[in-house]
Design a protein around this ligand. Structure first.
Ligand code: C5P
Length: 247
């Protein structure tokens, strides 16, 4: 199968290129393109290089996960969704704590921008509770423990028309039990055995995360900071191969 930025990758790993260094991001994207399902560009890269930088770094036209975690009033979020629709991201994130109206506005904007301009419609993912939050921090901020908070926000997000969720793999079984197999579940906070936890808190290994119900895995530093990012991505892909899609 020829991979384009709009086909679902068989490899579930989106590598997070969290850097402001364009040559480093480009060389990681090029080197890793055969061993990951797509690339994730987030706030650091986007704030440094903007939409033009995204086009430049994704020369391989891998599926693009634009992790901008939009969170503002509905009108502003809808406008931002329209602007980034030109980049044809496969995934774009919005914060579910922005509320139902904001998420509905994002959904409508994504659909309208795609049909008006003949673009591939992006899949909108709702960020629930950041995987860096400990249960105690989650309780302090939201008054709920992570699982309860994630389930509450997930319901809001899916009712508002979002296509899937970003959550920790720790919450994946509860999300699958509550919402079934139709939703797309993307899990950061992935740490292959032996890697550093860094600032993450609710973590799982790649295999554990898929077994728990994740569809896609976001992996950043364990690959990008490895002595050989290519070797690490290859190792992860080989470990996951028995569990990969066969389509
Ligand atoms: O380096 P590491 O694997 O921890 O990178 C995780 C990536 O996933 C980062 O780009 C971070 O912004 C993102 N992310 C996260 N937790 C969420 C949503 C996104 O860690 N809830």
């Amino acid at each position: 199968m020829t991979m384009t930025r709009n086909t679902l990758p068989k490899n579930p790993v989106f590598v997070a290129l969290d850097t402001n260094d364009m040559p480093a991001a480009s060389s990681l994207a090029a080197g890793l393109s055969a061993f990951v399902g797509g690339i994730k560009l987030g706030l650091e890269f986007f704030c440094a290089h903007g939409p033009e930088g995204v086009r430049q770094v994704n020369k391989q036209e891998l599926p693009l996960f634009l992790d901008l975690k939009l969170h503002d009033i509905p009108n502003t979020v809808a406008a931002a969704v329209r602007e980034v629709s030109w980049l044809e991201p496969y995934f774009l994130t919005v914060h579910t704590t922005g509320g139902a109206e904001m998420m509905k506005a994002a959904t409508t904007a994504a659909t309208e921008a795609a049909s008006r301009n003949g673009l591939q419609r992006m899949h909108l993912l709702g960020v629930t509770a950041l995987t860096s939050l400990t249960p105690a921090q989650c309780q302090a901020i939201y008054g709920r423990m992570p699982e309860e908070q994630v389930l509450f926000l997930a319901e809001e997000a899916l009712n508002a028309g979002l296509n899937g969720l970003v959550a920790s793999a720790v919450e994946a079984p509860a999300l699958r039990a509550a919402f079934g197999s139709d939703i797309t579940l993307v899990t950061p906070g992935i740490r292959p055995t032996g890697s550093m936890v860094d600032d993450q808190s609710r973590v799982m290994t790649p295999e554990q995360a898929l077994r728990a119900g994740a569809d896609y895995l976001v992996i950043g530093r364990p690959i990008t900071q490895a002595l050989s990012p290519v070797a690490e991505a290859k190792r992860i892909a080989a470990d996951l191969r028995p569990r990969l899609r066969t389509a």
